[in-house]
Design a protein around this ligand. Sequence first.
Ligand SMILES: [Zn+2]
Length: 295
Amino acid sequence: MVNLHKIKQEICEIGDRLYKKGFAAANDGNISYRISDKEVVCTPTQICKGFMKPDDLCVVDMEGNQISGRRKRTSEIKLHLAIMKERPEIKSVVHCHPPHATAFGIAREPVPQCVLPEVEVFLGDVPITKYATPGGEEFASTVLPFVHKTNVIILANHGTVSYGETVERAYWWTEILDAYCRMLMLARGLGRINYFTEPEARALLDLKQQWGFKDPRNELQNCDICANDVFRESWKASGVERHAFQPPESYRRQPAPNNPGNPASDAEALQATPEQEALIQAITDRVVAALKNRA
Ligand SMILES: [Zn+2]
């Protein structure tokens, strides 16, 4: 039997953390917890997540109809319920607008893998959904292609959603993702991103398996895990494309596993390595010099 008051207190605490981290401006974001097969406690609409009291929370059924609570339930509850219906073991869903992770959803830039150990172990490849107007069924269904393969999703031009067995766990995945996206932006500003080698990445995935976390990348056989994005097939439909972050070296050499006829990606296959660039530069310099001599 769940202690409803304790769950409500925990939701308020996590709401406070979301707000203080800057993940939910004004009345942004919403949090839910499944208290039984048929009931979910959730945050109300039009409330700042940093100042909620347990009494402010609502209870809805699995279709989103309000059962109790003096305030009206969040308009984004269908997103939470869609995830809970697909994943019976998931108890809590956290949705918010963390700026760094959301920036990747606005740029529709895939989050690079094989950079940070914590991200490899706790998150894995992070998908970006197709954009849909927030609130309705269509919006809720944008997460369905990914919901079994990850515990954190970036919502295109909107925010993030993460989920887990407890409210705090559900929140952690968002916090890890936003910190990572921020580090990536800072490192990129310094000029260079160093990726793990295949054995380094494989060691982290082995660790993940030992700890009992599932990762769809473990199903990839005989290929470089850093060279493969689990969600690459969804990129086209969602308008996701690499612009800011170059893929690891190995990515450019390998054909995609689901797409054996093609190189990893058309644009990336055409990108020159630093050695090739140096060669091109040397040839250009010689041609220019030769032309000058002639003139
Ligand atoms: Zn939102």
